[in-house]
Unconditional design. Structure first.
Length: 365
């Protein structure tokens, strides 16, 4: 019904409509423009490295009239050095979404379905539909954990986040390696948007498995969601194929500003680690406070908590918090309709959230 009304609104010829590729798009978290406590899109509550602010002030605006380096060499070099790999093992893009999209387009071309969890980053399904890639979604177990044996069957490729989103559950490296080892003839992508808050990275396995791609982002732990920087780590062959597709699609993906800011962020490792540690400390404290209020949640190893309350409807709580100018994430999807995803903010932001939650729960009683 909704689709029909949109077609009428656009006055499209039905025959023309048949030629148009239509997908159900990814729905991002709300981006309120007014002053609110924003805990709905897993952004870092702290500013990026002071070096980023400095380089922005010093940047020569005349450079913006020139195309950026299509190889993004200044950024790939510093990332390669940081991860202890060669330059040709790094691929950069406009946020990890761009990198992941290029991976779908490049590597998922078999007639067999790719596999990703039924509860995970919802963009995977959008890309699969957009690129006409068959897919299947093995169910997480009742505790929202991946069942690794579900990924041992024949498939056209595998992708999953670690930690998973929106559950925040981290799987140890031996678990991840098992999945990779059982899929030697297809590409396995480990999406590590939140790995800096969790544990060991699958990047440790790059030299051992030629079918592995690890994808990272500057949007979470590096406080640069607004700059849009993502990257992949893999072997030179797979990175080469990614670049072939990139240069066939859009050679100049990374703008001048993103390149110089990205470099400065990576160079300031001390600030990066300090910011991550503050978020982890706040997360662990937040778990204790939420438990005191009766919330239940999987153990979070990300910069957010996926919580439910047995005595309070999640949608109602979401709306009540919104009225108080506090934004968290609610989906209402099957199996997670009673869960809210709460980004870890500053200590002060979390204190305000907890006061609001206590008020909402008290009103219920």
């Amino acid at each position: 019904m909704e689709e029909k009304s949109m077609e009428t609104k656009r006055n499209l010829n039905p025959k023309l409509l048949k030629q148009i590729r239509r997908v159900e798009p990814y729905v991002p978290g709300e981006q309120p423009q007014q002053k609110v406590i924003k805990l709905n899109t897993n952004e870092n509550p702290y500013p990026p490295s002071p070096n980023v602010a400095r380089v922005l002030k010093e940047m020569d605006a005349d450079r913006l009239r020139l195309y950026p380096d299509p190889s993004a060499e200044v950024l790939t070099e510093v990332l390669a050095a940081y991860h202890g790999v060669e330059n040709d093992q790094i691929f950069v893009g406009v946020g990890s979404d761009d990198v992941l999209s290029m991976c779908f387009l490049t590597f998922f071309n078999a007639e067999k379905p790719i596999l990703f969890p039924d509860i995970t980053y919802s963009f995977y399904k959008v890309w699969a539909q957009l690129y006409r890639i068959p897919y299947e979604c093995p169910k997480l177990d009742p505790d929202f954990r991946l069942v690794k044996e579900d990924y041992y069957r024949e498939n056209g490729g595998v992708i999953f986040p670690n930690p998973n989103a929106p559950t925040a559950i981290y799987e140890e490296l031996d678990f991840v390696e098992d999945v990779i080892a059982h899929n030697p003839d297809v590409i396995v992508i480990v999406d590590e948007a939140y790995i800096d808050f969790a544990g060991r990275s699958a990047a440790e396995l790059i030299d051992r498995y030629d079918n592995l791609i690890v994808v990272r982002t500057f949007s979470k732990s590096r406080s640069m969601a607004g700059m849009r920087i993502g990257y992949a780590i893999s072997n030179p062959a797979l990175i080469g194929y990614l670049n072939d597709v990139k240069y066939s699609f859009n050679s100049y993906t990374m703008n001048q500003t993103a390149l110089v800011c990205g470099v400065e962020s990576v160079k300031d490792d001390a600030y990066f680690k300090e910011s991550v540690e503050k978020i982890i400390e706040t997360r662990e404290w937040a778990k204790t406070e939420l438990t005191k209020m009766g919330f239940e949640f999987p153990d979070s190893r990300a910069n957010f908590i996926f919580a439910t309350h047995p005595k309070k409807d999640a949608k109602q709580l979401f709306e009540e918090l919104k009225q108080k100018q506090i934004y968290v994430r609610y989906w209402g999807s099957s199996r997670i309709e009673q869960y809210l995803r709460i980004t870890i903010g500053t200590r002060a932001e979390m204190e305000t959230l907890f006061a609001a939650l206590r008020a909402c729960l008290a009103a219920e009683n």
